[in-house]
Design a protein around this ligand. Structure first.
Ligand SMILES: NC(=O)c1ccc[n+]([C@@H]2O[C@H](COP(=O)([O-])OP(=O)(O)OC[C@H]3O[C@@H](n4cnc5c(N)ncnc54)[C@H](O)[C@@H]3O)[C@@H](O)[C@H]2O)c1
Length: 313
C-alpha cells in the first residue's frame, strides 16, 4: 500500500506540532503549510527533516495548491485564534479563517478527507448542558462566526469535491507549546504560580470550562484520518467541567503555592458562563476516549514550564 500523504495547515502551531510529530512517527508522508505568524519552526525542529515544509499563507491560493493539491488527507488547523483580537480586527479574521478555509476546501479536490479544527465557540452561550453537536449555533465573536462559516465551506465543498468532511469542534485545549497568540488561562495561572504571584480571575471564577489535553485532541485527529467511515461533526472535549476557581486552586496546589489567593478582576465582555462538551457521539463514532485527566495534565505542564520557562516562541 502507498504511504498516505497528509497535509497539515498550521502544523508549526501548538496543536499542529504535536500532530505532525505523531504523524511522522506513524510513517505518513507529511506536508506542513504554515506562514509562521503565531507558530514557529522551533516547535517542529526535531521532525523538520522528515517532512515537506511549505512556508505559505492559506489566504494565497497558489501556496495552498502547492501544499495540499496532491494530498490524500488534509488537516486544516491554520487560523487566527484570539477571540478578543477578532473583535478588534474582524477583517483579518475573515481573511485568514473564512477565506483561508474556503481556499483549503476548494483545493482539496483529490483528497479523500478534509478534517477541520472548528471550535466550541460556535455554540455561544449554551441553552443546554452538556452541549451536544445538534445544539443551536450562536457565535458571539468574529472568531466564532469565522469558524461557523469555515464549517459551512468544508461541508459544501465535500459535495463538490467528494471528500469525506470531518469537523472537530475543539473545546479548551491545553498542553506544552501552547502558542503565545492565545496561551489560555492554564498557562497564565502556571506562569503566575511559578513566579510566586497570585492568579488573576476575571469575574467571580464560577464560570465553567471543559479542558482537553492536546494529546487527546491528536488522537481524535488520527482516528478521523485512519478510519475511513468517519464523517460529520464531533465535539472534542473531556466531557467534564471545572470552575476557574477550582482550576486556580489545582494549579496552586500542584505548583506548591497554595498560599497564593486569587485576585478577582472585572468579568471579560462576552465571556461564556458554562461550556461542557457532550462527547457521546465522538466516543461512539470516532472511537474518541480522552485519557489524560486534568490533574495529570496540569502536573505534566507545571513540570514542563518549570524546566523550559516561558520563552516566547
Ligand atoms: N487551542 C485551543 O484551545 C483551540 C480551541 C478550539 C479550536 N482551536 C482551533 O485549532 C486550530 C489550531 O489552534 P492552535 O491552538 O494550535 O493555534 P496556534 O496559533 O498555535 O496555531 C495556528 C497555526 O496556524 C498558523 N497560521 C496562522 N495564520 C496562518 C495563515 N494565514 N496561513 C498559514 N498558516 C497560518 C500559525 O503560524 C500557527 O502555526 C485553530 O484552527 C484553532 O481555531 C484551538
Amino acid at each position: 500500500m502507498d504511504t498516505l500523504r497528509i497535509a497539515v495547515t498550521g502544523g508549526a502551531g501548538f496543536i499542529g506540532s504535536h500532530l505532525v510529530r505523531r504523524l511522522v512517527e506513524m510513517g505518513f508522508a507529511v506536508t506542513v503549510l504554515d506562514n509562521l505568524s503565531t507558530g514557529s519552526l522551533r516547535n517542529i525542529n526535531d521532525v523538520l527533516r522528515d517532512i515537506n515544509f511549505v512556508r505559505g499563507d492559506v489566504t494565497n491560493l497558489d501556496d495552498v495548491e502547492k501544499a495540499i493539491s496532491n494530498s490524500d488527507v488534509v488537516v486544516h488547523l491554520a487560523a487566527l485564534i484570539d477571540v478578543g483580537e477578532s473583535v478588534e480586527k474582524p477583517e483579518l479574521y475573515f481573511d485568514v479563517n473564512v477565506r483561508g478555509t474556503f481556499n483549503i476546501a476548494r483545493a482539496s479536490r483529490k483528497a479523500d478527507a478534509l478534517i477541520f479544527a472548528s471550535s466550541s465557540a460556535v455554540y455561544g452561550e449554551p441553552i443546554k448542558i452538556p452541549i451536544s453537536e445538534d445544539h443551536p449555533l450562536s457565535p458571539r465573536s468574529p472568531y466564532a462566526a469565522s469558524k461557523m462559516a469555515g464549517e459551512a465551506y468544508v461541508n459544501c465543498f465535500a459535495e463538490i469535491n467528494g471528500y469525506r468532511p470531518v469537523v472537530l469542534r475543539l473545546f479548551n485545549v491545553y498542553g506544552p507549546k501552547q502558542s503565545r497568540a492565545y496561551s489560555g488561562v492554564i498557562v497564565e495561572f502556571i506562569k503566575k504560580a511559578l513566579r510566586g504571584e497570585p492568579p488573576v480571575i476575571f469575574g467571580d471564577g464560577e464560570q465553567i470550562r471543559d479542558f482537553i489535553h492536546v494529546s487527546d485532541v491528536v488522537k481524535a485527529v488520527i482516528n478521523a484520518i485512519t478510519n475511513s467511515s468517519v464523517t460529520g461533526t464531533f465535539n472534542i472535549g473531556s466531557g467534564e467541567g471545572v470552575t476557574i476557581n477550582k482550576l486556580a486552586l489545582l494549579v496552586a496546589e500542584i505548583a506548591g503555592r497554595r498560599e497564593l489567593r486569587p485576585i478577582y478582576s472585572l468579568p471579560r465582555k462576552g465571556d461564556i458562563r458554562v461550556s461542557i462538551a457532550d462527547v457521546t457521539k465522538a466516543r461512539r463514532e470516532l472511537g474518541f476516549n480522552p485519557a489524560v485527566s486534568l490533574e495529570d495534565g496540569l502536573r505534566e505542564l507545571v513540570k514542563y514550564y518549570s524546566a523550559h520557562g516561558f520563552q516566547v516562541i
